[in-house]
Design a protein around this ligand. Structure first.
Ligand code: FAD
Length: 515
């Protein structure tokens, strides 16, 4: 294990078994992740809004190193944050004055594991990026996990601690429903292997558990044969009722009539290059013919995005299949955009966005993002108040809105969700230009606040996804009926409240108690 201590910090602990040259210099890599983040890097996250300086950044190589760091923290009254790729928004991966474990430094070996039912899993590091898992599985075995995030520069342990959603979630469930075994170190420094069959309470506690109960060092992710190609389709709606009716119909289809991916987004009904019509067409295809938009359409429009996997085999019949699947949909005829790309290129699509954002500086600036899950019964009202009113000029980035199914999320997991059979992910992925070219961050945060207040005051069945709260009562409200179980699990697995302090759920010093 290598520990880089900040020479300017006088409260540095004595780290266990220090090795390596200990220069403490952050080393950037071409995929935008750092293998050895410095104290400075580990003091902030992708959100760029909250800053907290750790006492030390530890670079564990193995589960034993993780356990040693947690035990050390136990004796020194320190907290420990696992840092995946630091892509949290509100400081969740930070540890103010405590230890940050750089999960990217764990042994990255991947192994294929065969299951008793003849299927396969990838045994991967909790610090592996999903893009690394994809590359390894496709290159070596032509296989791939079933459920993804849109962006793959996130770690396995990071998304399993939150949820992990994308357009496959309606069909295969979120990433937290696509793991069969985890290796973990709990807050008492003990190592465990857990699954649905063994230590199942710990297994389900970890899934969406915000890193509160243990640090995931390895995970078994089920695989399926990887398709070679995808047909990627975008169609446009002017009426939200028609968009949601079609989207909900699509996510309840099963078997050969189902798409392999269903997502969608809201865009502004104008020629604005970032928020408007140009954000819909694929780069090499036809442009957006605004003349086809019905007269009297509102300030925003909706784009449904669907995908069919295929392999270029005669029995794929992809043209017929896509025609049959698009025919019943009520989108604006003529505003359909279709492109064929390889499966890997489709899954890596946000990489291009990252490249552009890095080039124009908006990747490094602050990201006051807001993610919500909202019941289908409330989504039309939400559209009226929020998309058509508060956000009618756009947000300088994608505004995702697409449905998923409650039954794909096991209730034993820690994740808090709306009760509705169908609920929507609403993701406001803001890439504001720095002030004064862009808005002031406090104004943007105030707008996020206004949106959450709108959900509260209208009594919507909703939850924040990737939430950030400051008070115990807010967390209790977030978890609702699940709060007492969450508190009990904390007492069982991390009784000294050492882990994931940046989530601000439990305080290292405060005694645990049931409300
Ligand atoms: P970090 O931000 O480093 O950590 C997040 C939390 O998990 C922290 O509390 C940390 O302590 C804990 N943690 C990290 N690793 C472990 C571990 N091994 N064991 C236990 N706890 C751990 N989410 C989606 O669901 N779908 C998307 O499509 C999606 N796209 C995104 C695109 C971008 C550009 C960004 C910035 C975020 C996106 N996210 C998405 C959100 C993402 O799921 C969260 O940021 C999540 O935190 C994972 O990021 P990370 O691996 O960098 O974890």
């Amino acid at each position: 294990m290598i520990a880089y201590l900040d020479p300017q910090q006088n409260q540095t602990p004595n780290p266990p078994s220090v090795a390596g040259d200990g220069t403490g210099t952050g080393t950037g890599t071409s995929n935008g992740t750092e293998t050895e983040p410095s104290i400075t890097t580990a003091s902030s996250d992708f959100g760029g809004i909250i800053h907290a300086v750790p006492a030390a950044v530890i670079h564990p190589k193995s589960i034993t190193d993780v356990a040693s760091a947690i035990r050390l923290a136990g004796t020194r009254h320190l907290s420990v944050a696992a840092r995946g790729n630091g892509h949290s928004i509100s400081g969740q991966s930070l540890s103010d004055g405590g230890l940050v474990l750089n999960m990217r430094s764990l042994d990255a070996k991947v192994e294929l594991v065969s299951l008793p039912d003849g299927k396969y899993c990838a045994d991967v590091s909790g610090g592996a990026l999903w893009e690394e898992v994809l590359e390894w599985c496709v290159k070596n075995y032509n296989m791939a996990p079933l459920s993804w995030t849109d962006y793959l520069g996130l770690t396995v342990g990071g998304t399993l601690s939150n949820g992990g959603v994308s357009g496959q979630a309606f069909r295969h469930g979120p990433q937290v429903a696509n793991v069969v075994q985890m290796e973990v170190v709990t807050g008492d420094g003990e190592c465990h292997v857990c699954s649905d069959a063994d230590s199942s309470d710990l297994f389900y506690a970890l899934l969406g558990g915000f890193g509160q109960f243990g640090i995931i060092t390895r995970a078994h992710i089920p695989l399926q044969p990887a398709p070679r190609m995808v047909r990627w389709i975008r169609v446009v709606y002017d009426k939200f009722e028609e968009y949601t009716a079609d989207a909900e119909w699509l996510v309840t289809r099963t078997g050969p009539d189902a798409f392999d991916y269903v997502e969608g987004f809201v865009f502004v009904n104008s020629s604005d290059p970032v928020n408007g019509w140009p954000s819909v067409p694929f780069p090499s295809g036809p442009s957006f013919d605004a003349g086809l938009i019905p007269v009297g359409s509102g300030p925003v429009l909706y784009c449904l995005e669907v995908v069919v996997h295929y392999n270029h085999q005669r029995n794929d019949k992809v043209d017929e299949k896509v025609d049959d699947m698009l025919r019943p949909l009520n989108y604006i005829r003529g505003l359909e955009f279709i492109v064929d790309v390889s499966y890997v290129d489709f899954l890596s699509r946000v990489k291009h966005v990252e490249k552009e954002a890095r080039a124009n500086g908006s990747w490094e600036s602050a990201h006051p993002w807001l993610n919500l899950f909202i019941a289908s019964s409330d989504i039309l009202d939400f559209d009226r108040h929020v998309f058509k009113h508060i956000l009618k000029h756009g947000i300088g980035g994608p505004m995702l809105v697409y449905p998923m199914l409650r039954r794909k999320w096991d209730r034993r997991m820690s994740v808090a969700l709306p009760e509705s059979v169908i609920f929507y992910l609403v993701a406001l992925l803001r890439f504001p230009r720095s002030y004064p070219e862009g808005p002031r961050i406090d104004e943007v945060l105030a707008q996020n606040h206004e949106i959450v207040n709108c959900c509260r005051s209208n009594g919507y069945d909703f939850k924040l996804y990737l939430p950030h709260y400051e008070t115990e009562s807010d967390w209790a409200e977030h978890f609702g009926d699940g709060w007492s179980r969450f508190v009990r699990r904390k007492a069982d697995y991390d009784p000294m409240a050492i882990l994931a302090p940046g989530q601000k759920i439990f305080s290292r010093a405060a005694p645990l108690r049931l409300l």
